[in-house]
Design a protein around this ligand. Structure first.
Ligand SMILES: Nc1ncnc2c1ncn2[C@@H]1O[C@H](COP(=O)(O)OP(=O)(O)O)[C@@H](O)[C@H]1O
Ligand SMILES: [Mg+2]
Length: 259
């Protein structure tokens, strides 16, 4: 079996100004693997995703895809869904056009889609169970449905890796479970790997293969079922692990935000 990692990060270091944001980052992501990155706010999780995407340049270390260094990620190689506060959810556009935007990224200018491209867009919507909504307006959908359409947009690029930054923010418990079920199906059927930043410590053990606990460096990398994980989480987050806050909301706080 070819078990070469899709993505391999070696000794990565990122600084902003004179502040070290990430150092000694070593990670490997394999086909069909779901990896969760957990860590406190400001720990560098989003920075890591953006460095993989090539938005930030590391000062040391390297990132390889299929064992090779790259100057620029191949078009569509990574499908990235940013944190929700960075997405304009009320943009007046049809569902089909949202998905087609993903496909257009693959085409040389002037990015005209042929029948095969349009079929791929429909297939992508089908994979997330949203094909019935193809002619609807995007802004009329629920939060969970919008997220599915945005995932279809990424799938239309036929990526090898899907990266999500705090995808379950704003979803209720059922929505969260739906999301995890969906990504589980997607990785089974599409030979992709999934790298996600999440605060869902309570549910990840059911759905993810590996956890990387990040606070400037990696404090743990292994199975969520590893008995060492709770201790590491307590060390990295502080004692009240159940009080981890989302960037904009608290998971379990009743009434007020704890630090
Ligand atoms: N573009 C930037 N320029 C300077 N500092 C940044 C930038 N982006 C993030 N930072 C800083 O880097 C640190 C890590 O941020 P971030 O990666 O967003 O953390 P997380 O996603 O884990 O909450 C924070 O201290 C943040 O203020
Ligand atoms: Mg972040």
């Amino acid at each position: 079996m070819n078990n070469q990692p899709i993505l391999e990060i070696n000794n990565l270091k990122v600084i902003f100004g004179d502040k070290v944001i990430l150092e000694n980052i070593n990670l490997k992501l394999h086909k069909k693997e779901i990896m969760a990155i957990v860590g406190p706010n400001g720990g560098g999780k989003t920075t890591l995703l953006k460095t993989i995407l090539g938005i930030y340049k590391p000062v040391a270390g390297e990132i390889r895809i299929f064992g090779k260094k790259y100057k620029r990620l191949p078009k569509g190689f990574v499908g990235y869904l940013p944190q929700k506060d960075l997405i304009n959810y009320n943009f007046p556009i049809l569902v089909k056009d949202v998905v087609c935007m993903g496909r257009k990224i693959l085409k040389p200018f002037p990015s005209i889609l042929n029948e095969e491209d349009k079929d791929s867009c429909y297939e992508a919507l089908k994979k997330v169970g949203m094909e019935k909504f193809i002619k609807e307006s995007f802004s009329s959908l629920s939060g969970g449905q919008k997220q599915r359409v945005l995932i279809a947009r990424l799938l239309a690029m036929q990526p090898k890796i899907l990266m999500f930054d705090e995808p379950s923010t704003g979803l209720d418990v059922v929505g969260q479970e739906d999301f995890y079920e969906l990504i589980n199906e997607l990785r089974m059927e599409n030979d992709i790997a999934i790298l996600m930043v999440t605060h869902d410590i309570g549910v990840i053990s059911n759905y993810v293969d590996t956890v990387a606990c990040l606070n400037k460096s990696i404090h743990f990398h292994g199975s969520p079922k590893d008995g060492k994980l709770p201790d590491v989480l307590e060390k990295v987050f502080g004692k009240n692990i159940q009080l981890i806050v989302h960037d904009h909301q608290c998971l379990t706080c009743k009434g007020h935000i704890h630090e």
